[in-house]
Ligand binder design. Structure first.
Ligand code: RB5
Length: 143
């Protein structure tokens, strides 16, 4: 699976932590769109990079991280075809895949601690979309 990932200055530490975890997994390739430092940047620009990679088929899924996760999720969900889920726990991470077919996971680097975020990511990556009635519902979002 190819994962596009990006963050703003509110998500740098958490992104670096998650990169270490994900790069240790053989089945995962990462496309990192930055940022790698703490310069102040505009989260919509980084949301766009990951959304484009997913929509263009360059990546299978995306991960976005800002301080709260709110700005990244708002920006990402402006793109038709993107279903970005801001998750704070494993339950919503699992359901965002099974019921919503979320193609982008959003995390808040100033909200969610690294070990919890790691667990959220693993659950999110491991779970598949269930289709059926859920397919009808997500199709209604992008008619
Ligand atoms: C940056 O200070 C902060 O506003 C951003 O990371 C994010 O939380 C916005 O929603």
């Amino acid at each position: 699976m190819i994962i596009a990932i990006a963050n703003d200055h509110g998500g740098t530490e958490l992104k670096q932590y998650l990169l270490q975890v994900l790069r240790g997994q053989d089945a995962i390739q990462i496309i990192d769109f930055g940022i790698g430092d703490h310069q102040s940047v505009d989260y919509p620009e980084y949301a766009r990079k990951v959304c484009r990679a997913v929509l263009d088929g360059e990546a299978n899924r995306g991960i976005l991280i800002c301080g709260t996760g709110l700005g990244m999720s708002m920006a990402a969900n402006r793109f038709p075809g993107i279903r970005a889920a801001l998750c704070h726990d494993e339950f919503t991470a699992r359901l965002s895949r099974q019921h919503n077919d979320a193609n982008i996971l959003v995390l808040g680097g100033r909200v969610t601690g690294a070990p919890v975020a790691e667990a959220i990511v693993q659950v999110w990556l491991a779970n598949a979309f269930e289709g059926g009635r859920h397919q009808r519902r997500i199709s209604m979002m992008d008619p």
